[in-house]
Each structure stands twice: as C-alpha cells, then as structure tokens.
Design a protein around this ligand. Structure first.
Ligand code: ZN
Length: 75
C-alpha cells in the first residue's frame, strides 16, 4: 500500500509517500529519497489508544512522529 501524504519533504519540498509493508511503515520522499522507517510493532505501540473502551489505531499520531523524525534526519 502506498499513499501520497499531504505533507512536503522537509529537505527538498518534494511529495512524501507513506508505505506499509508486512513488517514496517515508512515515509519517503519521491524526489530526494529522504526516508524513515518504523517496524509495525513499534508503530502499534505508539499508536494504539483506548477510546470509549475500544482499541483504536491512531494513524495521525504515527504520521506526525514519523514526520518529526524525517525533519530531524533532514538537518
Ligand atoms: Zn525530499
């Protein structure tokens, strides 16, 4: 699965894509190749929340944290 994000690469301003594989989630720039990758188990630990008694996977917080890591790597 590959999804174009509505975020720009912090290094070059190119389009960022979210890719989910069997074991990982990564965000990569299609132009300069800047990339961060998390194991799915790590992402799940960060993203799972209990809302009204149900376990919810919060994608937004994962994307936010991946993007912050990407911005740090771009320095
Ligand atoms: Zn880039």
């Amino acid at each position: 699965m590959r999804i174009r994000l509505n975020l720009e690469c912090p290094r070059c301003g190119g389009p960022l894509f979210l890719k989910e594989t069997r074991n990982s989630i990564d965000i990569a720039c299609a132009r300069c190749g800047l990339r961060v990758s998390w194991e799915l188990s790590k992402a799940a630990r960060r993203a799972l929340r209990v809302i009204d008694g149900s376990l919810v996977f919060d994608w937004n917080s994962v994307i936010d944290e991946l993007y912050i890591e990407l911005a740090i790597n771009a320095q």
